[in-house]
Design a protein around this ligand. Structure first.
Ligand code: ADP
Ligand code: MG
Ligand code: MG
Length: 208
């Protein structure tokens, strides 16, 4: 996966976040303040002109630009969290010309560590971490099994989606949803849903 592959991934995220904006906002209306779709759409829409102005020539520089732009343009909790994740991934990938699935795992682990350093959420707290961790695990398992890249990424996307759905019965312990206490049960976490979208976008690009 070269810098152009990662640029296509980001373009696909920008597109799908825009398409799914209202669904993400509806999920956030149930457990938060009804802005998750709007927050992410604003943040990712701001990425497009930044990349158009100066297309970064390494994956590291690209992901750093994405992270910085999200942090600058998203007011909600998700901006700094996703922003940090993309920045940390960029640091790990740097100028690697052709990223392997194993290297992508290492980068995603660094992104997760950044998210947890900032937000202190663990698995089961009903956050985007509950979609991210299963996706990384599936990708790591695929590396151990020696399956081809496309299949590995498809497994990660499926695991992220299952992880997001598995947040429905959870009680929120982090973020705004935690203010609802037991009333947070029975709703999918909006951030977990957007993480599933980000992996679905990766899968779309990997299947091309
Ligand atoms: P805000 O809650 O500030 O309005 P968003 O609606 O954009 O921000 O994002 C909400 C999402 O952010 C939640 O659904 C959850 O997945 C994620 N989130 C919130 N707090 C944390 C945290 N401490 N750690 C990880 N993810 C979090
Ligand atoms: Mg919100
Ligand atoms: Mg908000």
């Amino acid at each position: 996966m070269n810098a152009a592959f990662f640029a296509s991934w980001i373009e696909e995220i920008i597109r799908t976040v825009h398409v799914e904006r209202d669904r993400l906002t509806r999920l956030d209306a149930a457990v938060g303040d009804a802005d998750h779709g709007a927050n992410l759409d604003r943040g990712f829409a701001a990425v497009a002109p930044v990349l158009a102005a100066k297309q970064p020539d390494t994956t590291g520089a690209l992901l750093k630009q994405v992270g910085d732009t999200l942090i600058r343009n998203v007011g909600g909790a998700s901006g700094p969290l996703y922003g940090m994740a993309f920045r940390e991934m960029g640091k790990v990938l740097g100028d690697t010309p052709d990223v392997s699935v194993a290297e992508l795992c290492t980068a995603l682990r660094a992104g997760l560590a950044g998210i947890q350093k900032l937000g202190a959420a663990v698995e089961g707290d009903k956050t985007l971490v509950d979609a991210l961790i299963p996706a990384i695990r599936a990708l790591e398992q695929a590396v151990r099994d020696g399956v081809k890249q496309q299949e590995a990424i498809a497994a990660a996307a499926a695991a992220a989606l299952a992880g997001a759905e598995a947040t429905i019965p959870m009680l929120a312990r982090k973020g705004r949803a935690s203010y609802l206490g037991p009333r947070s049960v029975g709703h999918e976490d909006p951030g977990a849903a957007s993480t599933a979208l980000i992996f679905a976008a990766l899968n779309t690009v990997a299947t091309r």
